[in-house]
Design a binder for this molecule. Structure first.
Ligand code: GRF
Length: 198
């Protein structure tokens, strides 16, 4: 991509991944712009982060826009000139219409090494519990393109972390989250430089 990455974020929760990307932009490690943050959850912690950095933000859900939620999201992203959509802990299904509206440039981060531990029901602590129950030696983070099926889009980058003998789902989640914070910005940097083609 020769154009600047103009990022629009969709997040449902605390938004630490959004923050890590904003910090990379701020410290000039990543050449991009955080254009807008959208959440389906009016109480999402990510809104506090948006306010602190003066980033436009919107609460859009099937309650605020019951007629056509996806259209409302697309409109908000387009209004802010977004050319890449970044899902970061977004708990709602992405409709094909949104993927098409951004030429397939919709990225997600998953807290495990896909294709293992992905798919329906594999979110939050469920993922880390499943990894521990399976006795895996490694877990990690995966950045992938979003397609019409859960967690099945093309994998762009992964970062492994060890699973330690005394790990709980929480301690593993914490280690994976550190990897997520590194790998999301790093993947965007590689897209920006052309090292990763999407
Ligand atoms: C991350 O673990 C991400 O992989 C998952 O949801 C979590 C979001 O965390 N999809 P945060 O809101 O970025 O802190």
């Amino acid at each position: 991509m020769s154009n600047k990455l103009k990022l629009g974020f969709l997040a449902s929760g605390g938004g630490s991944n959004v923050q890590a990307i904003i910090d990379s932009i701020k410290s000039s490690k990543l050449y991009a712009e955080a254009c807008v943050i959208i959440s389906n959850n009016s109480n999402a912690g990510v809104f506090e982060r948006a306010k602190k950095k003066n980033i436009p933000h919107y609460h859009i859900s099937n309650k605020t826009n019951p007629e056509n939620t996806t259209k409302a999201i697309i409109n908000a992203l387009k209004k802010h000139d977004v050319n890449m959509v970044i899902l970061a802990g977004y708990m709602k299904k992405i409709e094909p219409e949104l993927i098409d509206a951004f030429d397939g440039k919709v990225l997600n981060i998953h807290p495990a090494l896909l294709p293992k531990f992905g798919g329906k029901g594999m979110y939050g602590m469920n993922v880390h519990k499943a990894v521990l129950e399976a006795g895996e030696a490694f877990s990690g983070a995966t950045v992938h393109l979003v397609n019409k099926k859960y967690d099945e889009g093309r994998i762009l980058q992964q970062k492994k972390v060890p699973v330690l003998p005394d790990d709980t789902p929480e301690s593993l989640a914490e280690r994976v989250l550190q990897a997520e914070h590194f790998i999301y910005s790093d993947t965007l940097k590689k897209i920006e430089s052309g090292e990763i083609k999407i």
